[in-house]
Design a protein around this ligand. Structure first.
Ligand SMILES: *Cc1c(COP(=O)(O)O)cnc(C)c1O
Length: 420
């Protein structure tokens, strides 16, 4: 490999440490290395490649757009690409779901969408505190990091991170404790020491935090409790949204209407950076330019996103996604049957899934072993104790089966090595 890759890039690099291979080309769920090795991709750009690598329909829309000298960078000026995206998003995503939101395009990363959402909630409610949850991950800039749980990542701030109160997520205190009831009791006790937050920010499925899944019932109760107490609800759908859980929004089956929604990662469709904050109309109290930025609304992202959004009106696409979901869930259950619930616990919603093993070090060992078998599958959770499945929604059934077989082999090898 080119030696400057190792010598010149900062110590901060991370994914490439676990998967040290020089990548070259990629098609849907298969990546080819420079030396011609083929890898099955269960990482999918950490959820930014829900439609796979180089999807032919997205690619041809982009090539047309570029080939005809359409405008690429335009700050937040009006462009045809932006107009088409907004029409499609409002017409095919929001309207059929009975959702009414204003659209704010922030800088292109997820953390920027989160910063905007937190700022807006604090401005709207004139309260400095945000309520976040155990094991949450919302991004790396200081405001979003303050609402993220991981102690190592927080330590990277080099300064105190404040104005966030952490509450226990669904299931954090075990199956018999209703954490919503606990939170409400704290908020209504004038001596609990807890200030009322402007908003709760919540992931319906905690991606980085270990594939912890909030029940629909808990989400409904959280929203009702927030409303009773005049607190906003921000759903961070950056990883779980854009179809990852089987529907476009991760919260739609729960039938909740968050006040603010953050989207990024797979929104740009082709792995292109694009972020969007959805704002309940009465909360759109921004002054012009109050949350500004150079790259707000990436036109190439709009073009790919508009094409990708059309998939959500395509019955064949949706049926094939449901088939992949069944395939993954059946495989996960087969792993539980094989090793027992004491050694293997699985959590899944749609095409986001995690396996937590009886020992914390197993997931990383399985990930390394799977990489030897040419499958890219990551770990997540506070102690990297969860093996994380995030394949493209468009993964071919036979390649999916092959990838899962290889992971099963890796699990078998690691578990038999641990001797129990
Ligand atoms: C990835 C992620 C973010 C941050 O997005 P970046 O583009 O990495 O800044 C925020 N929230 C959630 C839930 C994420 O998964």
């Amino acid at each position: 490999m080119h030696s400057n890759l190792f010598e010149s890039e900062s110590n901060v690099r991370s994914y490439c440490r676990n998967f040290p291979v020089l990548l070259k080309t990629a098609r849907n769920s298969v990546i080819q290395s420079s030396s011609g090795m083929e890898y099955i991709d269960f990482l999918a750009g950490a959820g930014s490649l829900n439609y796979g690598h180089n999807h032919p329909k997205l690619k041809s829309a982009l090539l047309d757009y570029i080939g005809n000298d359409n405008i690429t960078q335009s700050l937040d000026l009006y462009t045809e690409a932006k107009a088409a995206f907004i029409d499609t998003f409002v017409g095919t995503i929001l309207a059929p779901r009975g959702l009414d939101y204003k659209l704010q395009f922030t800088g292109p990363t997820g953390t920027n969408a989160v910063e905007a959402a937190l700022k807006l909630a604090r401005l709207a409610k004139r309260r400095p505190t945000i309520g976040a949850f155990s094991n949450a991950f919302h991004g790396m800039s200081l405001g979003a990091l303050a609402a993220s749980g991981n102690a190592d990542k927080r330590a990277g701030a080099g300064m105190p991170l404040g104005n966030v109160t952490f509450f226990p997520y669904d299931g954090y205190m075990g199956p018999n404790v209703d954490t919503v009831e606990y939170i409400e009791r704290q908020l209504n006790d004038p001596s609990s020491g807890i200030a009322k937050p402007a908003a709760f920010i919540v992931e319906t499925v905690q991606g980085e935090g270990g594939i912890n899944i909030a029940s629909f019932e808990w989400l409904r109760r959280l929203c009702a409790m927030a409303r009773r107490n005049d607190i906003l609800v921000i759903v961070d759908d950056i990883q779980a949204g854009c179809g990852r859980t089987g529907r476009f929004f991760s919260f739609e089956v729960a039938e909740i209407k968050p006040d603010i929604v953050c989207l990024s990662k797979s929104l740009g469709g082709y792995g292109l950076p694009l972020s969007l904050v959805l704002i309940a109309p009465e909360l759109d109290i921004w002054k012009p330019g109050q949350h500004n930025g150079t790259f707000r609304g990436n036109n190439l992202g709009f073009v790919a996103a508009t094409t990708a959004l059309s998939f959500w009106s395509d019955e064949t696409f949706k049926a094939s996604l449901q088939q992949r979901v069944s395939q993954l869930h059946a495989w996960l259950e087969s792993q539980v049957r094989r090793y027992g619930k004491e050694r293997v616990r699985v959590r899944a919603r749609g095409l986001i899934a995690g396996i937590e093993f009886h020992r914390d070090d197993i997931a990383a060992a399985v990930s390394a072993e799977a990489f030897e078998r040419r499958v890219i599958v990551e770990t997540c959770g506070a102690r990297d104790q969860v093996l994380k499945f995030l394949p493209p929604l468009t993964i071919e059934s036979d390649i999916f089966e092959e990838g899962l077989d290889r992971v099963a082999y890796a699990i078998d090898k690691i578990i038999s090595k641990t001797g129990n």
